[in-house]
Design a protein around this ligand. Structure first.
Ligand SMILES: CCCCCCCCCCCCC/C=C/C(=O)SCCNC(=O)CCNC(=O)[C@H](O)C(C)(C)COP(=O)(O)OP(=O)(O)OC[C@H]1O[C@@H](n2cnc3c(N)ncnc32)[C@H](O)[C@@H]1OP(=O)(O)O
Length: 715
């Protein structure tokens, strides 16, 4: 797992060998310990270079080992031995030096880096801190402010930035190993005293206490309850105030609290789940590794409202040629200005050339005739979309893929309008489409595997986390969200307020509560959907519709023209209209009181535990239904949809992971309790999959799939 060879007569070249990223597994650590010892004791070796196989230095500690008993030599003494060596040790960094990989490099006396390499200490994103001496060495090397930034955000830096910060000694465009060997030969006789970072004083700015106070405040605010960023600040504080040995003790102490925490488990689950969702499979057995996507160079977007504009920008940024179609002349002109503006700002921010020539705007539908993919993003109206798909079917060649950016409509109905229903797939983007990372790729019963593969690949090129899901009303994300929203309304009827419900959800870790989110999206959006479902009875207050409990509160607000932020009034007040700061609205409080009085509802005090249980368990319960029906292939798919599309706090792993951490038996028991109290609310009735999992002993989430019957897609 690490090989030692003698090169250029006196340089011991140690190569880490653990593809794909040379993670520091126990075998690699053992390999490093053995090879370093051999190199140090070999009189022929005058200097050492450490590099990684296959163009990657090291992706850090092996995350797969974290949940298990740690075997093999520990990292900290291994890195100390390297630093204490009396022969110069040079790290030759290509590809990535991340986490334990960078900490290993910081234990070396010199660092030579390829210009395309990226470096960082991303442990915080896994719920940890750089506990192989990184939190103590980095501040000594580059100073407290820069180290705090890198360690608390986990961001990767380019080789150029690493050189500027002083993390590396040299950047090369040529062979990194050759440059490192040459460098090692040139320093063989030089003193190492000033090269051992742990022996250096930690450079601190004069106002260091104020700096820590400010950063701590920021990470607490940004972290929304995450504990690792706080521990990272404390570890760097130890580097700034304590001698190295004591600082290391503090680093280890802080790591011990994080290492076994639920948050670390959740974040590491997210790391692997994010990668796992790209390995999609369909009920037919078609899979990601046996289906080739179509080559794509040119895509059309039809409908240039907010979504269409964002999709156009994301496609251009992915390097594709885009035909952007809007049949209304004036809207087309407005869209052209907006898209150009967005592209200009992005080019400026990213320091890349403007790519306006890659978009062609048109008011003619015929302009899409020569593209490989059409993405429809017109108004969410089934009749309109059906008509468009019929037109597209006759306009486009048979091999053109037709994707719909619907957020809830039946993909199969759209496919049925075309001569080639196998070419039709849903591509559900989230607003703003050029920023939000999530993409639901919705396959209908007739979608061809190749069409799904092409949509997934296109999503990847656009930098999205793409999740393949089956066809049903609302797909995965919005179908689950519906019950979360409904429970929040029921809680309002029973005595709660938008502020207290939102506060409970924010304390849980959401960036905003359900009512603030609804105001931001526009209350009229859900109103239209409910109207289409025949649920809205204008002016009516009845609380039972279509045989189940219903809250007309949202409809009543819309009837008054209160659509949320854009109208200045919704569940909150926004002053002036369009402002983003919600203020409690005394009118709403009176309105709720009158509503309860007219309905004969007696208001009661509702605590945050009930708010969380009812809103979150209702959503989770629907997740179990979705798994049972095979609409999502596994719990990771649902969790990534929620983490990347709905603001679910990443350190809680996603709704299904959260349920597994709370305990499935507890979730079941609370759902039973609430369903008994509210028998007219079907979504509180526990799913049979949840019952089945509990009766089979609540297996860990990785084993739920065994309990789920063969997947299928159905509306
Ligand atoms: C009881 C109390 C005890 C307390 C004390 C305990 C102390 C013990 C701990 C010791 C101290 C630890 C300090 C160090 C910690 C760390 O180093 S944590 C890891 C930090 N590193 C990272 O976060 C990097 C993660 N990886 C990446 O960002 C990317 O993978 C990459 C390196 C940039 C490469 O990207 P790309 O080329 O796009 O490939 P991917 O698809 O992402 O990855 C390819 C496959 O490799 C797997 N993988 C990647 N990194 C790791 C890793 N570090 N460990 C294990 N596996 C890794 C990844 O999952 C992919 O696998 P497949 O999906 O199966 O293909």
């Amino acid at each position: 797992m690490a090989a030692l060879t003698l090169v250029s007569g006196s340089v011991g070249l140690i190569t880490l060998q653990n593809p794909p990223v040379n993670a520091l597994s126990s075998a690699v650590r053992q390999g490093i310990v053995d090879t370093v010892q051999r190199a140090v004791s070999d009189p022929q070796v005058k200097s050492v270079v450490i590099c990684g196989q296959n163009g990657v230095f090291c992706g850090g500690a092996d995350i797969k080992e974290f949940g298990k008993t740690m075997l093999g030599p520990p990292l900290v003494p291994m890195i100390h031995t390297i630093e204490a060596a009396d022969k110069p040790v040079v790290a030759a960094i290509e590809g990535s030096a991340l986490g334990g990989g960078l900490e290993l490099a910081l234990g070396c006396h010199y660092r030579i880096t390829h210009s395309k390499a990226r470096l960082g200490l991303p442990e915080v994103t896994l719920g940890l801190l750089p506990a192989a001496g990184g939190s103590q060495r980095l501040p000594r090397l580059i100073g407290v402010p820069a180290a705090l930034d890198l360690i608390t955000t986990g961001r990767h830096v380019t080789a150029a930035e690493a050189l500027k910060l002083g993390i590396v000694d040299q950047v090369t465009d040529q062979s990194t190993v050759e440059a490192a060997v040459k460098f090692a030969l040139s320093v063989e006789v030089q003193s190492l005293t000033s090269r051992r970072i742990s022996t250096l004083p930690c450079p601190c700015p004069a106002d260091v206490d104020a700096l820590f106070e400010g950063v701590m405040q920021r990470v607490r605010q940004r972290g929304r309850g995450a504990i690792a960023p706080v521990a990272c600040v404390q570890a760097v504080q130890a580097a700034a105030t304590l001698p190295y040995a004591q600082g290391m003790e503090r680093e280890q102490e802080l790591m011990a609290t994080l290492f076994t925490s639920g948050q670390a488990r959740a974040l590491q689950y997210c790391f692997f789940s994010q990668r796992a969702v790209s390995r999609w499979s369909l009920p037919s057995g078609a899979r990601w590794d046996s289906t080739k996507p179509n080559p794509v160079t040119k895509v059309a977007v039809i409908g240039l409202g907010t979504m269409g504009r964002g999709i156009t920008v994301a496609l251009v940024q992915a390097g594709l040629s885009v035909v952007a179609v809007e049949t209304h002349e004036q809207q087309m002109m407005a869209a052209q200005r907006a898209v150009s503006g967005m592209l200009e700002r992005l080019a400026q921010r990213q320091g890349v050339p403007l790519a306006l020539d890659r978009v062609r705007f048109s008011t003619e539908l015929e302009a899409v005739a020569d593209v490989q993919i059409v993405i429809e993003a017109v108004f969410e109206d089934m009749a309109l979309k059906k008509q468009l798909f019929k037109q597209l079917s006759s306009l486009c060649p048979a091999e053109t893929l037709l994707f719909s950016n619907t957020s809830s409509l039946d993909i199969d109905h759209l496919a049925a309008q075309t001569d080639h229903p196998q070419q039709v797939v849903g591509m559900h983007f989230f607003a703003p489409a050029h920023i939000m990372k999530l993409l639901e790729v919705v396959y209908g019963p007739r979608s061809a595997p190749q069409a799904v593969a092409t949509a997934m690949e296109l999503g990847k090129r656009m930098g999205k986390v793409s999740v393949a899901v089956g066809n049903c009303r609302g797909f995965v994300g919005n179908r689950m969200l519906m019950h979360y929203l409904e429970e929040a309304l029921f809680l309002l009827e029973e005595g709660s307020s938008p502020e207290s419900i939102d506060q409970a959800l924010k304390e849980f870790g959401f960036p905003m509560g359900v009512f603030q989110m609804s105001d931001l999206s526009g209350l009229d959006v859900g109103w239209k959907v409910r109207k289409a479902q025949g649920l809205v009875e204008p002016g009516q207050m009845s609380r039972v519709r279509q045989g189940r409990r219903y809250s007309p509160l949202g409809d009543l607000l819309c009837e008054q023209g209160r659509f949320g932020q854009k109208t200045g009034q919704g569940w909150y007040l926004y002053d002036p209209a369009g402002s983003r700061t919600p203020r409690p609205d005394p009118w709403l409080q009176r309105f709720l009181e009158q509503y309860r009085a007219r309905q004969g509802l007696v208001s009661r005090r509702i605590d945050s535990e009930e708010v969380l249980e009812r809103c979150l368990y209702a959503l989770i319960n629907e997740g179990f239904h979705i798994l049972h029906e095979g609409i999502a292939a596994g719990p990771e798919d649902i969790d990534m949809i929620y983490v990347f599309g709905y603001g679910w706090p990443r350190h809680r792993g996603g709704p299904m992971f959260y349920a597994s951490q709370v305990g499935l038996a507890r979730v079941l028991q609370r759902l039973e309790h609430y369903h008994q109290l509210h028998p007219d609310v079907p979504h509180l009735q526990p799913s049979s999959l949840l019952r089945q999992l509990v009766s089979s002993g609540s297996p860990p989430i990785q084993r739920w799939k065994e309990a789920i019957r063969k997947p299928h897609s159905a509306l």
